[in-house]
Design a protein around this ligand. Sequence first.
Ligand code: PLP
Length: 382
Amino acid sequence: MTLEFTDRVTRVEPSATLAISALATELEAEGKDVVDLSVGEPDFPTPENVIEAGQDAMDAGHTGYTTSAGILELREAIADKLADDGLDHGPENIIVTPGAKQALYEIVQALIEDGDEVALLDPAWVSYEAMVKMAGGDLTRVDLSAHDFQLEPALDDLGAAVSDDTELLIVNSPSNPTGAVYSDAALEGVRDLAVEHDITVISDEIYKEITYGVEPTSLGTLEGMADRTITVNGFSKAYSMTGWRLGYFAGPEELVDQAGKLHSHSVSSAVNFVQHAGLEALENTDEAVVEMTEAFEQRRDLVVELLEDEGVDVAVPEGAFYMMLPVDEDDQAWCEGAIEDAHVATVPGSAFGTPGYARISYAASEERLREGIGRLVEEGYL
Ligand code: PLP
């Protein structure tokens, strides 16, 4: 029997980050010591009180289905958090999902159909492209690499790329893979274009809590943006909860209704006891988040300094835990060589739409970061 697959799946590539991780695991199984700078997850444990809240919730029998949109207490706590950021969404305008990735998937599926145009700011997180393609949409990409990955100096380019045909724009600040935090002037420029061309905007704020001396503005707080912005966030990064799979989106009621149908007919709801743990994460982890962010900031400084010592200049990230390393034009070959020769795993920039770079994640101990960069120097990659 021959299976016939739809264009929707066949035109999507497997995740480049997961492919590199698989290669790293393979080398490790052969007994090689791999410095893995490819991973997109904090190397800190989930805070103890959050784990306990999850265990208590299981003991208390919170193991059945919940309302599809998520337990009311959690949606209320999320609404309070969003209100602190200046966003006005009641619990009825929030859907809790198994991870922010699922939130993004549901929004894109609900809004995009064959031939719809979606604009991305490159380099862009790998799954945006895949999600848009799976929905049948077409991509318009704006390259920020000539501007140290900042959006403000690229606003003219964005203005030239979008039009009345643009349905959706995805903005991710702080950014994966660059760590850039977009200025208020940049976001105001986005607002002006979104209003002029009637574009819906997804503001993916999954790294909002991890910044170094800057406070990123939420796009939805800008005048004219409340009705056209869908804010996405989650628990994976700020609270070191990647494997718990918990995220959410908040947006206009019609979107929540439409995407809510997809949600209820697919995942049903996020895991019950995990939602209870999420409540604890939102309410009682301020100290842990600050400690983790301080550690990331120190590591960022260390990596920037080690690279400077080798004469490599990078755009210094102001958030998240990634930076883009300028490498050979053939970044794919550079990354393959780096893992094979130096046993250092990184992700090619071309996976994010920006060849000529490798993304490094500094969610690793200072010792491993020194070791990794030392090996890249020794093997002639830096
Ligand atoms: N958005 C961005 C920019 C990310 O980097 C990630 C994860 O790497 C996600 C969304 C999805 O996060 P999760 O599904 O773990 O909540």
